[in-house]
Design a protein around this ligand. Structure first.
Ligand code: UDP
Ligand code: MG
Length: 322
């Protein structure tokens, strides 16, 4: 029997691009059904992430046009990662496999066939990896690649150039459901689940319409979030820094004693002020890093729901009650 596929698509204020891409997803899905690779009851599941424009209306219209479309709406905007999670959790009991993909057409839908093939070949997780970034600006490419290096350097293991385009089997999702953290960094969490995985390469294109929701500021926040969610290496670095500073100051002490004994005492106002100010800065940064972890603990301890589904399209309603 063929696996039932759910394509999970987060959408936030995407009224411009959704009408273009919705058709592309359906084409790919029908194509895969036609080729006998996936079950005829496969679905395209849109997750409206609290959009303020007509996105949810568009999704509802789509579901009336073709039975393969369905959707859920979150009670408010929770961000890309939470929206993907909501979709995956919604799909996990009905689907055999899920593929998460952005709704802006940047990720090539044709890579889905290879992903499904890889699943049929025994992989439980298939990462979509960007083979090149020709269309991204130099700045975007540079910052994005620095982002992956930084993550890996800080001990958060992620697949290089993989974002959130991936196939995950229902079996993996059931295990993943036990990862209860509210600080989500999906691309770093799935490797932690384990199971057999592989990668599929595709070319990343430009957004078909509308604007990116990830300016540099949000990318930096995501990088920092990713690191602190997956690793405590920054705290270790603070410890090492403390050791280095202690050694340096010890050497300085010896040096000043020797100078004193040999009668060459240096007047020290400027050097002292610099050192105090420098160490003050270092200490504040270190406290900031620690504070970041404490903040995360605070959020985790509260364990608030990661998303709240406010509406489902008709089909999904019936699923929920069955
Ligand atoms: N997205 C979302 N919630 C948000 C921001 C974005 O669900 O708060 C969705 C968005 O609709 C898109 C995907 O996440 O499908 C990726 O966003 P975007 O294309 O803006 O980011 P980029 O590709 O530029 O990194
Ligand atoms: Mg995009």
């Amino acid at each position: 029997m063929q696996p039932k596929l759910y394509i999970v698509i987060p959408c936030y204020n995407e009224e411009e691009v959704l009408p273009i891409t919705a058709g592309l997803f359906l084409e790919e899905l029908t194509d895969l059904i036609g080729k006998g690779k996936i079950d005829g009851e496969s679905r395209i599941l849109f997750v409206d992430d609290g959009s303020k424009d007509a996105t949810w209306n568009l999704i509802q219209d789509l579901t009336k046009r073709d039975r393969h479309y369905c959707g859920i709406s979150l009670s408010r905007n929770r961000g890309h990662q939470n929206a993907v999670l909501a979709g995956l959790m919604e799909a996990k009991d009905s689907a055999d496999i899920t593929i998460s993909i952005d709704c802006d057409g940047q990720d090539d839908v044709r890579a889905m066939e290879q992903m499904v093939d890889a699943y049929l070949g025994g992989a439980e997780i298939v990462y979509g990896v960007r083979s090149e970034r020709k269309t991204d600006s130099f700045f975007k490419r540079f910052t994005a690649e620095a982002f992956y290096r930084l993550l890996n350097g800080m001990g958060a293991e992620v697949v290089f150039n993989h974002a959130d385009y991936r196939l995950v089997s229902a079996r993996v999702l059931r295990e993943f459901a036990d990862f209860k953290e509210v600080n989500l960094f999906l691309r770093g969490m799935f490797p932690l689940v384990g199971f057999k995985s592989t990668s599929v390469y595709y070319e990343r294109k430009e957004r078909l319409a509308g604007k990116s929701h990830y300016p540099l500021r949000k990318m930096l926040a995501l990088a920092f979030d990713g690191i602190t969610s997956l690793s405590i290496r920054p705290i270790r670095l603070i410890t090492s820094l403390g050791v280095v500073v202690a050694i340096v100051s010890f050497v300085l002490v010896i040096w000043s004693i020797v100078r004193e004994l040999t009668g060459g005492t240096v007047p020290g106002w400027a050097s002292m002020t610099c050192i105090i100010a420098f160490l003050g800065g270092v200490q504040l940064v270190c406290m900031g890093v620690l504070g970041e972890y404490i903040g995360k603990i605070y959020m985790e301890v509260k364990g608030r729901p990661r998303f709240i589904i406010s509406e489902r399209t008709e089909q999904q309603e019936s699923h929920e009650h069955s």
